[in-house]
Design a protein around this ligand. Structure first.
Ligand SMILES: [Fe+2]
Length: 328
């Protein structure tokens, strides 16, 4: 089944729009099926957080999207760095790309987003799932953020809902709501490529944890089934790789490979088997080192909290705000 058939579109017909705005029907200029369009994908590995950021380029124009960009943070000294984000900007400059989108697959808990920095330099709209409001509600309370912290997603330019579609130049992208790791996780399908955020890792890495606030292992299982129902040859790009077994870092696989070989969900694992495995494993995991600063910044679309009276910007640590199952 082609992607275009799956989402109920005729050949050559796509739907563009954004959740907060008008929905407009367009004709695909190429008349190709959506999964026959092969965007150029460049990955940028951030070693400190094991994150892969992506630049996704429309093959027929210079338009691109940047997915899950990362700011460097020396937490001990409270120092922000731009080395990783600047490498992305250099690539964009070298290839004379026009940034149309800055996509966050979810509110990351292990690194700060560089989306506002890249937006300031090169433009583009910052997009995330509309379920960001649930994440903002939860963490707004936890960090006692006060009324100046709006919990309506308005810090982002665009809020996607399940099935929302958008264009990167002449390239179609659409989103699949894939919650379970967090409530606001989205998979972005762009041409023949799926950017799965923290749902699936490489086949030998398994799947993402489901024990953060709002996480749910059963929901994650069902979300992963949506990804695995994409065409076999769909390229899958993961958000993290931890080099299991000491192998080289890797970030690209396929639906067929994941379905056959994923150590957590391949070989037709049932939901009950998956939930049991995931729950047991999550109980052994400590909270990510940078979860406190990451959440506070990323729930604000990558912006720092407002400066306090007298100047200075501060990030909080709520004592006992997050229980690590490992240490409890
Ligand atoms: Fe994550």
């Amino acid at each position: 089944m082609t992607v275009s058939a799956m989402i109920g579109l005729g050949t050559g017909e796509v739907l563009m729009g954004k959740y907060l705005g008008e929905v407009i029907f367009l004709k695909m200029p190429s008349g190709k099926h959506l999964d026959q369009i092969i965007p150029q994908v460049e990955g940028f590995f951030h070693a400190a957080s094991n994150t892969i950021s992506y630049v996704v380029k429309d093959p027929s124009s210079n338009a691109c999207a940047v997915i899950d960009s990362v700011l460097d943070l020396d937490y001990a000294s409270g120092t922000i760095g731009y080395t990783h984000a600047d490498a992305i900007l250099d690539y964009i400059e070298q290839h004379q790309l026009a940034v149309q989108w800055l996509i966050e697959t979810h509110v990351h808990a292990d690194h700060l987003s560089a989306a506002p920095y890249i937006q300031q330099e090169r433009g583009g709209q910052i997009g995330i799932a509309q379920q960001i409001v649930e994440v903002q509600e939860e963490f707004g309370k936890m960090f006692n953020a006060g009324t100046e912290f709006q919990r309506d997603g308005s810090q982002f330019d665009v809020l996607f809902k399940d099935g929302s579609q958008y264009m990167i130049g002449e390239l179609l992208a659409y989103v699949i709501h894939t919650p379970g790791h967090t409530p606001a996780c989205m998979t972005h399908v762009i041409g023949d490529a799926a950017f799965v955020g923290d749902t699936l890792f490489m086949p030998d890495g398994g799947t993402a944890r489901a024990d953060f606030p709002g996480g749910d292992a059963g929901q994650l299982y069902r979300s992963i089934q949506k990804i695995l129902s994409l065409p076999d040859e769909t390229r899958i790009f993961v958000c993290h790789d931890y080099s299991p077994g000491g192998r080289e870092v890797a970030w690209q696989t396929s639906v067929a490979e994941e379905r056959a070989k994923n150590i957590h969900i391949g070989h037709g694992a049932s939901e009950a088997e998956f939930v049991a495995m995931r729950t047991k494993r999550d109980a052994t995991l400590a909270m990510p080192t940078l979860i406190m600063p990451s959440i506070q910044v990323n729930m604000r679309a990558g912006h720092m909290p407002a400066s306090e009276p007298g100047g200075g910007v501060y990030l909080k640590v709520p004592i006992s705000g997050l229980k690590s199952k490992k240490s409890s």
